[in-house]
Design a protein around this ligand. Structure first.
Ligand SMILES: [Mg+2]
Length: 405
């Protein structure tokens, strides 16, 4: 059997791997790094200078633990005019820069545009007129970020070909509706952060997203998997009940999963289910290429088994992404099919998954209703995965004494 595979390995910003990269963080000032006082919006005296909670701590750690270069980009409407004299701007700004430096946070450049919105100058965010030096090709803009609180910051990211992190500013949205609400953004926002620690976590633990294709003469499967997703899915295998089970995996596993299987259903369901499981396991294996900081084990109750009730049924699941495959299966089904899925293929699905994901999986279920039994098993399986793939940014050690996983 000829198997072709294409995949994108997950990006990672672990310091060891990216010493040569030139990734930038374009950081907004007012409302993001420091509070934007209302109604004047001008930080024109020392007493108006307040850092956002956790901003200094998060930036100090990002500077120490990652290799991003920092650039500040800010609009200061009318700065240098009588409406906002320079001598009221610089003292507080300089104190801010000095405070950042005191915790090791230095900026390669600080870009300040002084125009008003109605002037429509290309230098004013979201315009990139001040930032042309970063377009030379020397920088990895695709893996750089704009961090800001306004939707214009997300637009700036798009204009630069970079990614956007929005630091949520719910108070400002109440005063200027539509300027800060991520739901109203025309430009993509990769992460909505509710705190600076979330910004830190997001940059320290890059999303484990893979695209994987597995093609044989029997099936053609395409998968996009994000282990750090939110439970979104788009699944089409041609088997409605199987789709329903895989949707449980995505939703309860907290995974984003797009999966299309074009299988030889004119023969029967076997290859479609088996190969989807193999491809899915391969996608997990690829997404888990770097297991540092990962929990590794997943069970609902760490001291016993993962228990998931569903009416009359009780499913138990435990998983270890330890690099070896094993399946314990204690589940009996009397019906031949549930929906359009043969019950004999349930075991085969999980067995095939463990073979390519290289995990140990322990599954048991008891109950009367066969639909409840298999659905509770998939949900328990998903919850165990959700727990096992979680990472702790405070402990990025490999969860093994062997030194390899
Ligand atoms: Mg701002």
């Amino acid at each position: 059997m000829k198997v072709s595979q294409t995949y994108v390995t997950p990006t990672s910003n672990f310091k060891l791997q990216t010493l040569n990269s030139k990734k930038l963080l374009f950081i907004d000032r007012d409302g993001c790094l420091i509070e934007e006082p209302l109604p004047s919006r001008q930080i024109d005296s020392y007493d108006k200078l307040r850092f956002l909670p956790g901003a200094l701590y998060a930036l100090a750690r990002l500077v120490r633990e990652t290799d991003y270069t920092l650039v500040m980009v800010t609009n200061q409407d009318g700065m240098g005019t009588p409406a906002f004299p320079e001598d009221t701007f610089w003292p507080a700004h300089n104190l801010m820069m000095h405070t950042l430096e005191s915790v090791g946070v230095t900026f390669k450049n600080v870009h300040i545009d002084r125009s008003y919105a109605h002037e429509n100058l290309p230098t004013r965010k979201p315009g990139i007129g001040m930032l042309t030096e970063y377009l030379s090709g020397d920088y990895d803009l695709a893996n750089s970020y704009v961090i800001g609180d306004r939707l214009t910051d997300a637009q700036l990211a798009q204009n630069l070909g970079a990614r956007a992190i929005l630091v949520l500013n719910a108070e400002a949205e109440k005063l200027e509706p539509g300027m800060y609400d991520p739901a109203k953004s025309a430009a993509p926002i990769e992460k909505v952060a509710h705190s600076w620690y979330e910004v830190y976590e997001h940059l320290r633990l890059p999303q484990r997203r893979v695209h994987h294709r597995r093609k044989t003469k029997e099936t053609d499967i395409e998968i996009t998997l994000n282990l750090d997703g939110t439970g979104k899915y788009d699944i089409k295998t041609g088997l409605a009940f199987f789709d329903h089970m895989l949707e449980q995996l995505a939703r309860h596993g907290g995974l984003d999963l797009d999966l299309v299987t074009r299988g030889d259903l004119h023969i029967d369901e076997h290859h479609t289910i088996e190969d989807t499981a193999l491809a899915l396991g391969e996608a997990f294996s690829l997404a888990l290429a770097d297991k540092r900081g990962m929990a590794r084990y997943g069970s609902y109750n760490p001291s016993a088994e993962f228990l998931l009730p569903m009416d009359d049924a009780l499913a138990r699941a435990a998983i270890d992404f330890g690099g070896r495959n094993w399946l314990i299966w204690e589940a009996e089904f009397e019906r031949e099919k549930i929906g359009d899925m043969p019950t004999e293929m349930f075991f085969h699905f999980f067995k095939s998954f463990t073979d390519t994901a290289r995990c140990n999986l322990n599954l048991r279920v008891e109950g009367k209703n066969e639909h409840h039994k298999i659905e509770s098993l998939f949900k328990a399986f998903a919850r165990a995965i959700n727990m096992a793939v979680k990472r702790d940014p405070e402990n990025l050690e490999l969860p093994s004494t062997k030194g390899i996983l």
